[in-house]
Design a protein. Sequence first.
Length: 129
Amino acid sequence: MEISTEMIQLLSQVGYLACFNGEVEKGQLIMDSVEENCQGQSAALVGVAISRIYAGQYTDAIRILKEGVLTHEPDNMTAKCFLGMALSEAGDTVEAIDLFKEIIDKGGDDDRTIASFYLAEMTEGQQAV
């Protein structure tokens, strides 16, 4: 059975809400279903990755963003933004900083705002060392 794009969007929203309301296990269960049924829809996969970041599953988020989104859409700045966040949390600061600099240079307003915040936090931490 094929699930419609609208249903995938609705499931994603329910999954986000569950995660953001502290029901991470339930949210992850829903987002697992989204990942299995989204047929490679980039927006849905970015949402799955965000839920993985929220759950502390950084390696999984990195895999989803690199293999599921960026191999098909290498210029997807939103995916790169969340990839930078996951990499930062996973301890790969060099790649994260490079991504955030690229996003600040090429991304849209929202992505640039997030990247600027993370880059400032990361470089501030390096300067304090």
